[in-house]
Write a protein that binds this ligand. Structure first.
Ligand SMILES: [Zn+2]
Length: 424
């Protein structure tokens, strides 16, 4: 039977018009159907999910995952529906236990979850239609998740003012409370309609129309009037491989999102004791102050370290005319030892044996560049005393070991070797 658009064929007439559906899709006939009773056609073990079962119903109001919209959850009899999918025109419901009843089984959709998805989904149609109409930006991707909703737009970038304009016009369409239809036009009728995107299927194309505003092929569930979307709020956007990804929220999600943001914002303005319009300026000032103070702090740290290094050098032990700095630090890291080493070996005729005691023992040996002593050799000869390993060059060697209790022993051994074997 041929379908004629002029009849404004809506989903509830689908069965009457004989459209082929192996599992009758009650969610198309009535997207508000939250409970229904039907017959279980088959139950099979879910081979991909041990312990779960796949149930096929004579008809279903459970929406299967698809077109960017997640599946419905709920109950079939006493079993919980955890996943719904469509395969070869049949819809399968994953359930956690075997339903006890097979006929006249009561089914219930988790309506809060479904209605939220309906709001986000129609919100997406409206938002995409405005990006298309105002900036000729086609929507090439749609993701509707439990927390976030995004669309990907075929355009390099938008200005903040352009996003604001899209959001205003999208909300205007909500306020107009336009009716939303599902249509099944003939090929000729399809050609005459200003479709926002090309259909993905060839037969029985289902169009969702926001009255005289947007025509989009879609198999999802939507509220019957735009007013039910409540509000559309663009949250943020980012460039993605030459496209723009826009994140938004609709309906109650937008209210909850805004509540969370105001709580954050109010905490910030209270903490800073500033009014709403002064918040950014105040944070910007703190950020700049912080940057400046960090810079000062780093300069001070550097000066202090240089002062300490000078002190280490001037109070160093002497072996002949060599200066020997031996230091064991508590709770410093390897980076600090390296920094101290690189400053000390700038001094003439200086050898530094540095170590750190933290959760393990760490050692850095170094010497002035003009000396002929092989520091790596010395390091290799003693590092086993802390069950350690490591190495380096003739100028600087470093490593670590687990035997912290023998760190002093290692330092003493290195000093003795220097005195008797390396410096003659
Ligand atoms: Zn849709």
């Amino acid at each position: 039977m041929k379908l004629y658009f002029s009849d404004i064929i809506i989903d509830s007439k689908l069965v009457k018009y004989g459209v082929k559906q192996l599992t009758r899709k009650l969610f198309w006939e009535d997207p508000y159907l939250a409970s229904f009773s039907t017959t279980i056609v088959s139950i099979n073990d879910d081979v991909e999910n041990a312990g779960s079962y796949l149930v096929e119903l004579a008809e279903t109001a459970f929406y299967p995952e698809g077109g960017g919209q997640p599946w419905d959850e709920g109950q079939i009899g006493d079993a919980n529906v955890t996943y719904v999918f469509e395969k070869n025109d049949k819809i399968y419901h994953r359930v956690d236990i075997l339903p006890t009843k097979k006929e006249q089984v009561e089914c219930k959709i988790n309506w809060e979850r479904r209605f939220d998805f309906m709001q986000q989904h129609l919100g997406q149609h409206i938002l995409s239609s405005r990006f298309h109409k105002l900036f000729n930006a086609r929507t090439i991707g749609f993701h509707l998740g439990k927390d976030t909703v995004t669309i990907d737009l075929l355009k390099d970038s938008f200005t903040v003012e352009e996003f604001q304009r899209v959001e205003e016009e999208a909300n205007h369409i909500i306020h107009l409370n336009l009716p939303v239809f599902s249509l099944y036009p003939s090929d000729e009728e399809l050609d005459s309609l200003p479709l926002r995107k090309a259909p993905k299927v060839e037969d029985n194309i289902r169009l969702v129309e926001v009255k005289n505003t947007d025509y989009s092929p879609c198999g999802g569930t939507h509220p019957s009037r735009t007013g039910e979307v409540g509000i559309i709020k663009i949250r943020k956007w980012e460039k993605m491989r030459g496209n723009v990804r826009v994140e938004f929220v609709c309906g109650l999600r937008a209210v909850m999102d805004s509540w969370g943001k105001y709580q954050q914002f109010n905490s910030i303005t209270n903490l800073l004791s500033v009014g709403d319009t002064e918040a950014f300026e105040a944070v910007e000032k703190i950020h700049a102050d912080n940057k400046r103070m960090n810079k000062q702090l780093n300069q001070l740290k550097k000066s202090l370290l240089e002062y300490q290094i000078k002190d280490y050098y001037s109070s160093a032990d002497k072996i002949k005319d060599y200066s020997l700095v031996v230091k064991v630090f508590d709770n410093v890291d390897m980076k600090y030892l390296q920094q101290v080493a690189s400053l000390l070996n700038q001094y003439p005729k200086t050898i530094a044996l540095l170590a750190a005691r933290n959760d393990k023992a760490q050692v850095v040996f170094t010497r002035s560049k003009e000396l002929k002593i092989d520091i790596n050799q010395l390091f290799k000869e003693v590092i086993s005393l802390i069950d350690g390993k490591g190495g380096g060059s003739e100028v600087t060697a470093q490593g670590g070991g687990s035997n912290i209790s023998n760190l002093e022993g290692l330092m003493d051994a290195a000093v003795l070797k220097l005195k008797h074997e390396y410096i003659k």
